[in-house]
Design a protein around this ligand. Structure first.
Ligand code: BGC
Length: 442
């Protein structure tokens, strides 16, 4: 039996600058905030599903031949969103996370595209009319081309430019959603963009990465304040949080003694630093957890960058657990480790992404069952869990890996883009229905 509840005493922080604007949370025991229904659903991001995002830096990168597979029409979700939301609704989802594409809203600097704003307004209406609570991400890895040409996130004007876009979106769509995620996975983004250099950017290297991270953190904090300020002026309720990738790190057995400090350092830098910083600033209404796998870390040698060690290859044989086609170990216990480590912040937690790319759908079914069981155990131990969002609703464009990674609850035929609901989606529906029948109405 799976029952979930959001703890009634969950701490909801006041917005960033409590002097400059009042909190919109009139009463900390407000039922709509502290005790909403558990959010069940799936997540997507604009560039991965919409198709034809011609003004984004990713599109330009693809056209320049930097990745083997261009996103093209992706899942054509831009056109098929109504039918797609019908499917999500038929699968008993009551929430849906998606992202707004900045390059569609502001295709040229300072030029706002009314058609796109109207489109997202209709998307939000479509979700709400199907009783799918919208969870809106404002930045999920892609940028307008003009922004990238100025230097992207390593440009000192980046966060101010981003805030202009957020302001536009919030003024126009702010009353249509309660859950907002200003930025998705800033650390993953800067790592692949500036260090691995496999994602689009003109600037590269450590200096650019650190500046980009600074800008992204600033952008998050500014957006947090802006959204709250807007909401409180309209008497509207919002919750704003980050969607952050988390991963537990374990020492390589071959160099255990030397690897342990690297794991601790990595854990601090990757899992803890940003959350602690935002929590200290009272700029997190919830922590969005993106969880996929764990890593084993081997000793990396001497030198500032080497201190964080290196991920062990699978050939080190630390685990016999099954792996996904992304070559990620399936390790549900790791989600428990992460959830438990977040207890100290006393903030509600939303599982904003959790999923597996697999060829065999039965593996996805067991992945979902096992991870939800871990979430259930965490909730039973008193953690305030707001919801669980599977990644992803469809098979979609998996960035530099193209369309060969099948994360979807719904299969998308690459030839005609037709949809087929997988058995794992039906099992997920069963879990949701079961949980809902056991959970008291709020
Ligand atoms: C990202 C998604 C991506 C997924 C699987 C997450 O880190 O937010 O965009 O598709 O991982 O790689």
């Amino acid at each position: 039996m799976i029952t979930f509840r959001v703890a009634r005493n969950a701490r909801i922080p006041s917005p960033l600058c409590s002097n400059s604007h009042k909190t919109n949370l009139k009463n900390p025991s407000d039922q709509s905030l502290n005790a909403g229904p558990f959010l069940w659903g799936a997540a997507t991001s604009a560039h991965q599903v919409e198709g034809n995002n011609r003004n984004s830096d990713w599109w330009a990168w693809e056209q320049a031949g930097e990745v083997p597979y261009p996103s093209g029409k992706a899942c054509d979700h831009w056109n098929q969103y109504l039918a797609d939301f019908n499917l999500a609704q038929s699968l008993s989802h009551n929430a849906h996370r998606f992202s707004i594409e900045w390059s569609r809203i502001e295709p040229r600097e300072g030029l706002w595209d009314e058609t796109s704003l109207q489109h997202y307004s209709e998307v939000l209406e479509a979700l709400r009319s199907r009783k799918l609570t919208p969870i809106v991400t404002l930045h999920h890895f892609t940028n307008p081309r003009w922004f990238s040409e100025k230097g992207g996130w390593a440009w000192p004007g980046a966060s101010a430019a981003y805030l202009g876009y957020v302001d536009k979106v919030v003024q126009r769509l702010g009353l249509k959603a309660e859950y907002w995620i200003p930025i998705n996975e800033p650390l993953v983004y800067v790592y692949y963009t500036y260090l691995s250099q496999i994602w689009p950017s003109k600037k590269k290297g450590m200096g650019a990465m650190l500046e980009a991270l600074r800008q992204l953190e600033r952008a998050y904090l500014l957006a947090y304040t802006l959204i709250h300020r807007f909401a409180s002026s309209r008497n509207h309720t919002v919750r704003v949080g980050i969607a952050k990738a988390f991963m537990p790190f374990y020492p390589c057995q071959k160099t255990k003694f030397l690897s342990k400090p690297s794991c601790t350092l990595r854990d601090y830098l990757f899992n803890k630093r940003m959350i602690a910083r935002f929590a200290r600033r009272k700029a997190l209404d919830f922590i969005g957890v993106n969880y996929y796998t764990r890593d084993f870390i081997q000793w990396g040698g001497v030198g500032p960058m080497k201190l964080i060690g290196m991920p062990c290859p699978a050939s080190h044989g630390h685990t016999q657990n099954a792996r996904t086609t992304m070559d990620w170990e399936i390790y549900p216990e790791g989600l428990g480790v992460i959830l438990n480590s977040l207890r100290r912040y006393r903030l509600p937690i939303l599982i904003t992404e959790n999923g597996a790319a697999v060829q065999d759908d039965a593996t996805r079914t067991s992945f979902i069952e096992k991870h939800i069981e871990v979430v259930q155990q965490a909730a039973q131990k008193g953690l305030s869990i707001m919801g669980y969002l599977y990644w992803s609703l469809f098979d979609n464009f998996e960035w530099d890996r193209g369309f060969h990674q099948h994360f979807g609850l719904i299969e998308v035929d690459p030839k005609d883009l037709s949809r087929r609901v997988r058995p794992s989606a039906k099992r997920y529906r069963e879990i949701i229905q079961n949980a809902q029948s056991k959970t008291p109405k709020w």
